[in-house]
Ligand binder design. Structure first.
Ligand code: E4P
Length: 213
């Protein structure tokens, strides 16, 4: 499973990009706004730090506007993935961009039917938001399992990117269900390597090694 960082914070990306564990980055308008910088400069900086798909979301909500922004973003770097909301206009814009070999990440996906349409529109990535479904009392991870099944049924190439991850359990389940990618907030990513028995075990090994000397 590929791991993306779900952040627009350049310090966080710099810190983890050299680990060799990060395969891409997702951003959204809220994450960009938090950085207080303009989209183009943040995205361009990210492309210099991580060699993998970098998602940049359009702000337009109509077909022509999405297309204009998407075509512009795609010029910034070959790794740019244009992020479009899963609306009727977004799906149309996805098809048009995909037909021009521009990678599209369809975002704000909350149902199997939306995911089905995204694949038919030629999306490179589909982003089901698991945490936001959990927030309203539905199971985000059940949706992932269902999309994996539907995409397998028909051999769709669109990659399933698990988004809106809140905790390591989401990452574990994404891997168990066979999602292609998990995009992970930095604070969750930093928890993945941790286990109390690793710390206790290491402490004991080092203490034992000292005794021998
Ligand atoms: C990433 O592509 C999504 O925009 C992000 O995971 C949404 O996360 P949130 O639901 O925590 O805002």
């Amino acid at each position: 499973m590929h791991i993306f960082l779900d952040t627009a914070n350049l310090e966080e990306i710099r810190k983890h990009a050299t680990s060799g564990l990060i395969d891409g980055v997702t951003t959204n308008p809220s994450l960009i706004a938090k950085q207080g910088a303009d989209l183009k400069s943040v995205i361009q900086e990210i492309t210099s730090l991580v060699d993998g798909p970098i998602s940049a979301e359009v702000l337009a909500t109509d077909y022509d506007g999405m297309l204009k922004e998407g075509l512009e973003y795609a010029k910034w770097h070959e790794n740019i993935c244009v992020k479009l909301p899963c609306t009727d206009d977004g799906l149309r814009a996805c098809k048009t961009l995909a037909d021009q070999d521009i990678k599209v990440n369809m975002t704000l996906v909350f149902s199997i039917n939306q995911a089905l349409l995204c694949a038919k529109a030629g999306a490179f990535l589909v982003s089901p938001f698991v945490g936001r479904l959990d927030d309203i009392g539905q199971s985000g991870m059940d949706l992932i399992a269902d999309i994996v099944q539907v995409y397998d049924n028909y051999g769709f190439d669109t990659m399933i990117l698990v988004a809106s991850i809140r905790h390591p359990e989401h990452v574990k389940m994404a891997a168990l269900y066979g999602a292609d990618i998990a995009t992970i907030p930095t604070k969750v990513f930093e928890k993945l390597s941790k286990h109390p028995l690793t710390d206790i075990g290491l402490e004991k090994f080092l203490a034992d090694a000292k005794k021998k000397q």
